[in-house]
Design a protein around this ligand. Structure first.
Ligand SMILES: [Zn+2]
Length: 699
């Protein structure tokens, strides 16, 4: 598998580049389209925002509640020490975290290529340093996508959510120790939920030996281990590819490119580890004494994550809302791809937190963004967020029940005006557009019930007829150029998309579609939408960069994968076309953990069943889980494990070779936009985006 960091490192040189393409490429384009990239644009083919885009952004700005600047007071409050060095180095030598590249956000109040609301959250997310929440509770923010929190126990510190990587967590702990934490030990670690940016850095703050010795308790919500990686395995390669769009991984930080991710400025590029919880919170509500103080845990399954919990500290009247309540409308549908979340359930759990804890809490803090102080403010945010998710669920279904479809809902549903005026309800992670479509997807699925969309042709198969009927490429280009020049970008994208599908090698068409995408991207408040349009534009103009191949799965993450999950994924990697006619049965016995599986290849399908063995298998494999993990991680081959005797085969050993011949490797560089296949001669420059973890997907 290729790492995203290596992939990103193959970016073409930017900023200083001028238009390199020949004049012939630009013939037929308007004066506007032929302009050079504006100074500071990373892409030689990039364009400045058009007068229409500037107008759209100006209008959007006038409707935003800028008079309410409480977020800035809250974001600043309690600063003890800023980040000493704006870059954090990874153990492997590269830059793991870089706030330097976002300094442009502080040098100019606004940019005409960035939505004012997105600009605002990106500036708010420049709050890097150590903060006091209240005496006894501290947060390091801006060292990672997420925040790390420290709560004073009787004998040491309770840590909530140790960031994404060991390097960023270690740097945060160091700053905390210097200014507030002293030498007191870490006595407990709490994982609020199963997403990687809330546990991946645990090895930067505690020693596994101390956990094993019982000196540190690691606490997680119900079903934590089942969900830490399972959400991301089966469709993992597709999700990784889509992250390039949602998180704009190839886009340099720039007013014309990446301006942050809403939840935080980005994802760090360090080492990811996982220490399994030693104490799981099983009850819906559970009171636990942790290092001498009382914690009340509230499990909130199937909300922001499948496994998540809030925590209340009654002695301090402090409410930790995990990632259930942050300073944004969160994802109900996630652009990288994930099962659609349950907004009604989410809203109910916020309501429960409000009635159980929120009526007396004096401070509320979370795993992203900044705290809220004072009971009135705590209640205001809890009520606003509760209503936001409930409204989105109920009113989208209200409209669906009147016939509005998944293909229309984003143009029909509107968040109520009062909720829109609350900054913490703005769409910095979820957007009303993609979330509303997600709600319909959850309840009704992809089909709008129009038979014409039931078994549609693939885009590449229908596009040639469209192009033919529209009078050919020249007519489409002329009309699309006109629409582009009038600022009618959504209409221009309709017809250009057809042309690009029909003629994937028509670079003029791809460049014009890229120009259209870029303007739509600039107009977005939501960073995921902005990044997706800008990433699409980038690939249409430059192609998909080639990258080196490397395996980036962390051993901890492999260990967290159950044997069944691994076997299920093998069935996904198995190429049916190569398995035609194969038929065999394998028993897998795993003595050290007592697991057993029957694995059958039949009908070009690989299945497995836990807890059963076949009476007459063609092959029986006996291997301990600890040795199997080395095969799963790719550090040992099957042959090596057989040769060393840790893997015993009884029966037809040749079946393993047959099985292996059907297994495919997935490459996350597959094409999304037509005609953007991997460039053979990649320009060798260091990418401005340093890296992201391999096998976990943060959120
Ligand atoms: Zn998160």
């Amino acid at each position: 598998m290729i790492t995203r960091r290596r992939f990103a490192r193959t970016l073409p040189i930017v900023a200083t580049a001028v238009v390199a393409s020949g004049k012939s490429m630009l013939e037929g384009r308007s004066v506007l389209a032929q302009q050079r990239a504006p100074i500071g644009h990373f892409d030689p083919k990039g364009k400045a925002p058009s007068k229409y885009t500037v107008e759209v952004l100006k209008r959007a700005r006038s409707e935003l509640p800028f008079a309410d600047d409480r977020d800035f007071e809250e974001q600043r409050r309690g600063l003890i020490a800023p980040m000493p060095d704006l870059q954090i180095k990874a153990d492997a030598g590269h830059v793991a975290w870089d706030m330097e590249r976002f300094q442009f956000l502080l040098k100019q109040p606004e940019f005409d290529s960035v939505h004012a609301s997105l600009n605002r959250i990106s500036v708010l997310n420049m709050n890097y340093g150590l903060y006091e929440v209240i005496p006894g509770i501290y947060q390091v923010r801006g060292f990672d996508l997420s925040d790390i929190s420290f709560i004073r126990g009787k004998t040491g510190w309770i840590v909530i959510d140790p960031l994404t990587t060991a390097e960023t967590a270690r740097a945060a702990l160091k700053l905390f120790r210097q200014h507030a934490g002293g030498d007191l030990p870490v006595t407990a670690v709490i994982y609020s939920h199963s997403h990687g940016d809330h546990w991946g850095g645990v090895r930067g703050i505690v020693d596994e030996a101390d956990v094993r010795a019982g000196k540190v308790t690691v606490i997680g919500p119900r079903n934590f281990m089942q969900h830490t990686i399972s959400e991301n395995v089966y469709a993992g390669n597709a999700m990784n590819r889509r992250l390039f769009y949602q998180y704009g991984l190839l886009l340099p930080a720039s007013p014309y490119g990446y301006v942050g991710q809403g939840l935080g400025q980005g994802v760090p590029a360090g080492s990811i580890g996982l220490i399994a919880p030693t104490r799981i919170i099983e009850e819906d509500i559970e009171d636990v004494d942790v290092d001498g103080i009382k914690l009340v845990f509230q499990n909130t399954p199937d909300t922001e994550a499948p496994s998540e919990m809030n925590t209340y500290f009654p002695e301090m009247k402090a409410l930790w809302m995990a990632e259930n309540v942050t300073a944004t409308l969160h994802n109900i549908y996630t652009l990288r791809g994930a099962p659609v979340r349950d907004p009604l359930n989410w809203s109910k759990f916020i309501g429960q937190a409000l009635y159980r804890f929120g009526r007396e809490a004096e401070v509320m803090f979370a795993s992203h963004h900044w705290p809220r102080w004072g009971n009135a403010r705590v209640q205001e945010v809890l009520r606003g967020q509760r209503d936001l998710y409930a409204n989105m669920n109920n009113q989208v279904l209200h409209l669906a029940n009147q016939g509005v479809t998944i293909n229309e809902i984003h143009n029909v549903y509107e968040v109520p005006a009062s909720l829109q005026k609350m900054w913490f309800n703005r769409g910095y992670h979820g957007s009303p557009q993609h979330n509303s479509r997600g709600v319909i997807q959850r309840y009704l699925g992809f089909w709008d019930a129009n038979p014409a969309t039931l078994i549609p042709l693939s885009p590449a198969d229908s596009a040639p007829l469209y192009v033919d009927m529209m009078g050919g490429a020249d007519r489409i280009m002329a009309r699309a150029q006109q629409l582009h020049d009038e600022g009618q970008y959504l209409l221009a994208q309709e017809i250009l998309n057809k042309l690009v599908y029909a003629q994937p090698h028509n670079q003029m068409a791809k460049d014009l579609l890229a120009d259209v995408f870029e303007q739509i991207g600039y107009q977005q408040e939501n960073p995921g939408l902005r990044n997706s349009y800008l990433a699409g534009a980038y690939e249409l103009r430059q192609g998909i960069p080639a990258g080196e191949m490397a395996n980036s799965s962390s051993p901890d993450v492999i260990r967290a994968m159950s044997t069944e999950l691994f076997l299920n994924f093998l069935g996904i990697r198995m190429d049916s076309a190569k398995a035609d006619g194969l038929r065999f049965t394998i028993n897998l016995i795993v003595p050290d953990n007592g697991e057993k599986f029957v694995i059958e290849m039949e009908n070009a399908t690989l299945t497995n069943l836990s807890g059963f063995l076949a009476d007459k298998p063609d092959l029986t494999i006996t291997i301990n889980r600890v040795d199997l993990e080395k095969i799963m991680a790719g550090t040992k081959t099957v042959e090596e494990q057989v040769a060393s005797g840790v893997m015993q085969l009884d029966g037809d050993a040749g079946l393993l070779g047959k099985l292996a011949s059907t297994i495919a490797d997935f490459d996350p560089r597959f094409q999304i936009m037509p005609g953007t296949k991997i460039r053979e001669a990649a320009v060798k420059t260091a990418g401005p985006y340093e890296a992201v973890p391999g096998a976990t997907i943060p959120e």
